[in-house]
Design a binder for this molecule. Structure first.
Ligand code: ZN
Length: 299
């Protein structure tokens, strides 16, 4: 008896230690997110980006295109079929070095077409990042390179968040970002601590493996309380109705778990721009269905 008790105490202690480690991880991740948000808030105002809506739209395209097209690019380049003649601005060529690797030079700006989705959209790989109909995709099928690291939430996405936050505040609701950009390394650490706690099968239902997280794109964030209780808040109800008006979708909707590969996450919003977010919302489809793609790990 005594022996069993003490071994159960041991288990309890080990569990407590694991939980303590996870609490520290969660805290660090949250702190990193807040620092990122503060940095964005501090630097955002002076950016010229907000003055040119076309440039804003082009940020949804690729990092390299973004730096390539300071003069703005029509958003309907959603085919990903960028025509360099449209760039007009000769200075753009010299600005690619920041995102281009030594290997690809200027030759790989449009990447390569790797296939067509089940709904007929072109799938293009640019510097290791997948775009379906020009939409950057990170899910269980389409991973990101470990060095893909925008470092923070995209400025356009933050502007859209502030607009949405103000609208919610006008109705007495409080929206705040709990977790924004997460690097490959942060995700590696986070996912593995969940695997340690709950096992791989369970962890895969709510946490992405490193390189597969949408948080690594800088185009999404988690709002408010990141747990199931959030679904019962007025903020969650408001987001379910209005997020698309500000360019966001609830990325992992209820009832689509088998398609997105993740359980319902009412707090996780992905930016698509107002036009596309409205279309996806009105379709009643999740993003995978809308684009005709899968979200399944290969192993
Ligand atoms: Zn999330």
């Amino acid at each position: 008896m005594e022996k069993r008790k003490s071994s159960s105490r041991m288990r309890g202690r080990r569990k407590a230690q694991r939980n303590a480690v996870l609490a520290v991880v969660a805290f660090i991740v949250a702190a990193a997110g807040i620092i990122g948000v503060v940095a964005v808030a501090g630097g955002g105002k002076s950016r010229s980006v907000s003055e040119n809506p076309d440039v804003k739209e082009s940020q949804l395209q690729t990092e390299s295109e973004q730096q390539n097209n300071e003069n703005g690019q029509n958003e309907n380049s959603s085919t990903g079929d960028e025509n360099s003649a449209e760039n007009g601005d000769g200075s753009s060529e010299s600005e690619t070095s920041e995102s281009a690797t030594e290997a690809d030079g200027g030759a790989n700006q449009d990447g390569e077409v790797t296939g067509v989705s089940a709904r007929g959209y072109e799938i293009r790989l640019i510097d290791g990042v997948s775009y379906v109909n020009g939409i950057l995709i990170a899910n269980k099928t389409y991973s990101l390179p470990s060095d893909y690291n925008p470092g923070k939430i995209d400025d356009t996405v933050m502007d859209a968040f502030y607009e949405m936050q103000s609208a919610a505040a006008a109705e007495g609701l409080n929206l705040y970002i709990s977790s924004g950009f997460r690097s490959y390394n942060t995700q590696y650490w986070l996912y593995n601590s969940y695997v340690e706690r709950d096992g791989k099968e369970e962890a895969d239902t709510y946490s992405a493996r490193a390189g597969y997280s949408e948080h690594q794109t800088g185009l999404c964030f988690d709002l408010n309380t990141i747990d199931d209780s959030f679904a019962n808040t007025p903020e969650s109800a408001w987001l379910e109705q209005h997020a698309q008006e500000y360019g966001f979708i609830i990325r992992y909707p209820k009832g689509k778990e088998n398609i997105t590969g993740y359980k319902y996450e009412p707090w996780h919003l992905r930016y698509l721009g107002k036009e596309l977010a409205e279309k996806v919302y009105n379709s009643g489809l999740c993003l995978e269905e809308y684009l005709g793609i899968t979200s399944v790990y290969s192993d």
